[in-house]
Design a protein around this ligand. Structure first.
Ligand SMILES: [Fe+2]
Length: 281
């Protein structure tokens, strides 16, 4: 199984000057079995940005595409409606809405005038490939109007109930904010996510947000559980000078001889220059 991991496309004002057609040609040359997109597909959560992001994602030649929401995709009252319309229409409601504590997780329907008044976007998709069933669990680590990450405990309890009822071989967890990294806008209750990861014995966590590469394995010696987090930098944002655009391609996932291709992308006029490194795991 080969996996393409992209993140932080940032359609809108923060989108790069690079040629997206050339980028798509490169991405499609990998013939990935799965595409994982770890959030911030837009910059200001506008309809035109979601439409551009959707067109781009639909141009990747892979039917198994999974995208989560990022903090930049959750900037206005219509964000959840637009995400459902253009990116992923899955929705999981909390078991007990009264127990939700995340700010603005529900909007007042008499004021908001939007279709969906529940703003958290979590999903569990089932993927069967080569006789193995993988649950792709997307957790919304974002809070409306905020860049900091926040996880609602009641949503984790709800997701746990769904997972406990499912039959599967392994879980891939996708979350925009990393459970291990810190930056100016971190996931401030990451212990909740780490407990969830241990509880369900999740071994692989895919993230974005920081625009910086990070590949780390963390071991909890008390729980006797290890997981690896894969954080990709931004695919196509107008970055700060110290960041580079990139994507990750995991070749022969979880098999002997698995390789991680780190592909850095540089804009040179109308051309894109790709510089590839191989990381052995
Ligand atoms: Fe982000």
């Amino acid at each position: 199984m080969n996996i393409l991991h992209i993140s932080d496309l940032h359609f809108g004002p923060r989108h790069w000057e690079g040629n997206n057609k050339l980028l798509l040609e490169k991405l499609n040359s990998y013939n990935a079995d799965i595409v994982i997109n770890t959030g911030d597909s837009t910059t200001d959560s506008l309809e035109c940005e979601f439409r551009s992001a959707s067109n781009f994602l639909n141009s990747i030649n892979c039917t198994r595409r999974f995208s989560i929401i990022g903090n930049h995709d959750k900037r206005n009252l219509r964000s959840q409606d637009l995400f459902h319309e253009f990116i992923d229409d899955a929705i999981i409601y909390p078991l007990d809405p009264q127990k939700c504590t995340k700010k603005n997780i529900f909007l007042d329907p008499s004021i908001s005038k939007v279709n969906n008044h529940f703003t958290d976007i979590n999903f569990i998709h089932t993927l069967t490939l080569n006789g193995e069933t993988t649950l792709i669990v997307g957790i919304d680590t974002n809070e409306m109007y905020s860049d900091n990450g926040c996880i609602d405990d009641e949503m984790l309890r709800t997701l746990s109930e769904h997972i406990n009822q499912a039959t599967y071989d392994k879980i891939f967890l996708m979350c925009h904010h990393s459970p291990l990294e810190t930056d100016n806008d971190p996931l401030y209750n990451s212990y909740r996510l780490q407990s969830f990861i241990s509880k369900h014995e999740i071994e692989h966590v895919f993230c974005g947000h920081t625009h910086k590469l990070s590949l780390k394995t963390s071991t909890d010696h008390y729980q006797q559980h290890s997981f690896t987090q894969y954080v990709s930098g931004s695919l196509s944002a107008a970055n700060h000078s110290e960041d580079t655009n990139m994507f990750l391609f995991y070749e022969n996932w979880a098999e002997e001889g698995m390789k991680i291709h780190l592909v850095r992308i540089f804009v040179e006029g109308e051309q894109l220059i790709f510089k590839e490194e191989l990381i052995t795991f």
